[in-house]
Design a protein around this ligand. Structure first.
Ligand SMILES: CC(C)(COP(=O)(O)OP(=O)(O)OC[C@H]1O[C@@H](n2cnc3c(N)ncnc32)[C@H](O)[C@@H]1OP(=O)(O)O)[C@@H](O)C(=O)NCCC(=O)NCCS
Length: 342
């Protein structure tokens, strides 16, 4: 084996290497998550070539054996509340596993993660899969379990989405840019997501303000995604009482992704969460006839959201384990492994 690992600059990579990277991602994801949507090659590579993902600055590494790509890695560096975290994804092709490739990639990533001042490394892997075992062996701890669900539009009776809001509330909706008269109260409603359980993850929910809503809208436009929002308005105050958000990647017409849903504490228990998500389904199915599936992830102990999703027709796919380790702990662990091998 002639293994080398190095940073990978997608914009300058050859078509063969980009294809190899894509294939590794698609086959590894299909093996662990068979129901997950497969992004088309062009849109995948477009995202790979961008210096920032929707979460933040993105850096890539590659492992080659005799010149052929056998492993890939990315680290994303979020800003603001989460700037002490690096979010990593490491993949090794199935027939090259247990040969130290994943760990070599991690070693290659650490100097940049350290240099950016991150204290924590976060990742996720299929519960019980190779990735979870690998992270356990490296001393990562489990901080949350998240369940992936999807809604198959054709197999759900659309009358499930005929859910009116409680008396005293009306439904409004917009694409991409919140109306000026709602942006302030929308930001406040966004902060209600802070009550959603995140287990023991170090992730910090954003402190939403109208200005941050506008910055987020600009960032999503830059990524090329379209985001749709359905909100419940409290008719007495005219303010947003709850919202739900869907992300649509233009090149991925058959499916879309559920983003945040939250209802302000004083309006919980009135069925607003279900009403706004049902209204979103009516909007999406009317507007996007080629849409087949909606995908979502929910922390396994978020029983309210899971119940709402089940009422709307979502089914569970798989459970994902969120893991974390402190950078210094991982560095010490890898240094120990080096000492042992000498
Ligand atoms: C996770 C992954 C990158 C590991 O790559 P790898 O090159 O096989 O890992 P390594 O060879 O460096 O493994 C190092 C140690 O981790 C442990 N380990 C790794 N995979 C394991 C498995 N399937 N079962 C038990 N232990 C495992 C072992 O202790 C191993 O050392 P050993 O082989 O000497 O016993 C690979 O399995 C993968 O691509 N999985 C799918 C994607 C994923 O889940 N990524 C992790 C989240 S970021």
């Amino acid at each position: 084996m002639s293994l080398e690992t190095e940073p990978f600059t997608a914009e300058r990579a050859s078509a063969d290497e980009l294809r190899a990277w894509y294939e590794l991602s698609v086959t590894s994801t299909a093996a662990d998550y068979p129901n997950s949507p497969v992004p088309p090659y062009d849109s995948y590579v477009q995202q790979l070539c961008k210096p920032t993902s929707y979460l933040g600055l993105q850096r890539l590494w590659v492992a080659r054996d005799n010149g052929g790509v056998i492993g890939t890695a990315s680290a994303v560096f979020p800003q603001d509340e989460n700037s002490a975290r690096a979010i990593i994804t490491v993949r090794v092709s199935a027939h090259n596993r247990r040969r130290g490739v994943g760990t070599r990639l991690l070693r290659a990533m650490l100097p940049e993660i350290h240099a950016r001042g991150c204290r924590t490394i976060a990742g996720q892997a299929k519960a019980g899969g190779d990735g979870e075992k690998w992270t356990q062996a490296l001393g990562f701890r489990t901080v949350a379990q998240r369940a992936s669900h999807h809604l198959n539009i054709k197999s759900v009776d659309p009358t499930r989405w005929q859910v009116p809001p409680a008396p005293g509330f009306r439904i409004e909706r917009w694409a991409d840019t919140a109306p000026d008269d709602l942006v302030q109260s929308f930001a406040q409603a966004r902060n209600a997501i802070a009550d959603s359980p995140t287990g023991e993850a170090s992730y910090r929910h954003p402190d939403w303000t109208a200005e941050r809503v506008r910055q987020y809208e600009v960032r999503m436009r830059e990524t090329g995604e379209s985001h749709r929002y359905v909100v419940a308005i409290d008719e007495r105050s005219g303010a947003v009482a709850g919202f739900t958000e869907i992300a649509i990647v233009p090149q991925e017409r058959s499916h879309c992704y559920q983003e945040d849903t939250a209802v302000l504490p004083k309006f919980r228990g009135l069925g607003l969460g279900r009403a706004i998500k049902a209204s979103m389904m009516r909007w999406l199915t009317t507007d996007l006839p080629r849409l087949e599936q909606v995908h979502t992830m929910t922390t396994s102990d978020n029983h309210h959201m899971i119940r709402v999703n089940a009422q709307l027709g979502y089914v569970t796919d798989h459970v994902v384990t969120s893991v974390e380790t402190e950078v210094r702990v991982l560095e010490a662990h890898l240094a120990d492994l080096t000492t042992q091998s000498h």
